[in-house]
Design a protein around this ligand. Structure first.
Ligand code: COA
Length: 160
């Protein structure tokens, strides 16, 4: 139902569209233009283990973002994922399809056994998405995202 395209130079507009108070309500609020540019460079140049993707619909529309990257848990390294779907594309199952697809990619990478997501405890849509995608709820914890911003999150884990 969706395909994942590696993040490209031309995809900056997607980050700008997602940088609204509504889209970042559970992510610490909109980022400064400079932080957004830094984020875009990281996504394009991929200097981390894992990858960021654009979520593409069957009709070829670029509808959102998803990715996977390494995260240090207390006793192991796990894959972490995070997502955003543009408002006009929400409610059509695109995030569900994208999570399935990114789990396949992370599973194929082979290095870690679990994929985690850390939505804010009040983020109803993202918590519903985790449940729907088959993640298990491990509990609540304080989590830093983005750097310097702490929030109360659920820790969801999917066996790959
Ligand atoms: C979270 C988000 C990606 C969901 O995208 P989406 O494409 O609309 O999600 P889907 O259509 O695949 O729906 C997935 C599940 O979430 C549920 N859901 C979607 N929006 C919801 C809402 N506002 N409240 C409660 N449940 C909701 C759907 O009903 C579905 O569950 P179901 O199949 O059991 O009914 C989208 O709301 C978003 O981009 N939010 C802002 C960014 C964000 O908060 N990212 C969090 C990073 S952890």
């Amino acid at each position: 139902m969706v395909t994942l395209d590696p993040w490209r130079e031309q995809d900056f507009w997607l980050l700008e569209r997602c940088n609204t108070p509504e889209m970042t309500a559970y992510l610490g609020g909109p980022e400064t233009p400079e932080k957004l540019r830094d984020r875009h460079r990281r996504y394009v140049e991929n200097p981390f283990t894992g990858q960021m993707f654009v979520v593409v619909t069957e009709e070829g529309e670029r509808a959102g973002s998803i990715g996977y990257w390494e995260h240090e848990e207390s006793d192991e390294t796990v894959w972490e994922t995070g997502w955003a779907i543009l408002p006009e594309f929400q409610g059509r199952g695109l995030a569900s399809g994208a999570v399935q697809a990114v789990a396949k990619v992370a599973g194929a990478a082979g290095s870690h056994r679990t994929l985690h997501a850390y939505p804010g405890v009040a983020n109803a849509a993202s918590n519903a998405l985790c449940r729907r995608a088959g993640f298990s709820l491990l509990g609540e914890r304080d989590f830093e995202y983005p750097k310097g911003h702490w929030m109360r999150c659920n820790d969801w884990s999917l066996e790959l």
